[in-house]
Ligand binder design. Structure first.
Ligand SMILES: Cc1cc2nc3c(=O)[nH]c(=O)nc-3n(C[C@H](O)[C@H](O)[C@H](O)COP(=O)(O)O)c2cc1C
Length: 197
């Protein structure tokens, strides 16, 4: 990697770290894409909870019963984020892993607010057909903050989605000329090459 590429890699991880920590960052809600059982692309917005440059990993939270869990566990994943202020698009590629009953999943579950955990109380798995529009939450919980006792049965539905990032396509838009680079993990660390935008 040349000096400029090293700087770009550090800066893009900074944007991702900020995205994981700051809900006002446009990188807080990237698009996560998988491939379904029919080979069709499936993309959805997810909240980025944490980005760690040291391990080149991202963390998301999801319902363990949702279709994306089987589509993603141990499989390739694409994550797309755009920062309008910086004019930077990031297309990340990597491998996804789902964690439900690890120490880490337990720790994150207990750190989350009761409100944040409430959606995991939904009676039907995400994507279940309903006869009428509804949240799927038990009636006594709807619109309320659940108690610690009420939230306990939701724990098996909570999963971490971890992404081991192996490639990053960085695109910077500028009137003076767009720039694009691809970063890829190699046994020696990150390697980079410039691409035509
Ligand atoms: C702003 C926003 C944030 C979202 N955050 C999450 C999230 O963190 N985890 C999640 O599983 N779904 C999240 N969703 C819902 C997903 O986009 C998606 O609709 C849902 O998870 C079902 O996806 P699936 O059928 O592909 O499993 C979010 C949606 C929006 C609009």
């Amino acid at each position: 990697m040349d000096e400029q590429q090293t700087e770009i890699l550090a800066q893009l991880w900074q944007l991702l770290v900020r995205g994981g920590a700051d809900r006002r960052s446009p990188m807080h809600t990237p698009v996560v894409a998988s491939v379904d059982a029919d080979g069709l692309p499936q993309a959805r917005v997810m909240v980025l909870r944490k980005a760690d440059p040291a391990t080149a990993s991202l963390r998301f939270h999801t319902d363990a019963r949702s279709p994306k869990v089987t589509e993603l566990d141990g499989r390739p994943v694409a994550v797309l984020a755009y920062h309008p202020g910086e004019n930077i698009q990031l297309r990340l590629g990597g491998t996804a892993r789902i964690e439900t009953d690890t120490e880490d999943a337990d720790a994150v579950w207990h750190q989350s607010t009761l409100f944040a955990r409430r959606c995991y109380l939904a009676l039907q798995p995400p994507g279940t057909r309903l006869l009428a529009p509804a949240s799927g939450l038990p009636a006594e919980i709807e619109g309320q903050q659940p108690t610690a006792d009420q939230i306990a049965p939701a724990r098996p539905s909570f999963a971490l989605l971890k992404v081991a990032v192996t490639s990053i396509d960085w695109l910077h838009l500028a009137n003076s000329g767009h720039r694009r680079a691809r970063f890829a993990q190699s046994p020696q660390g990150w390697a980079a090459e410039w691409l035509a935008p």
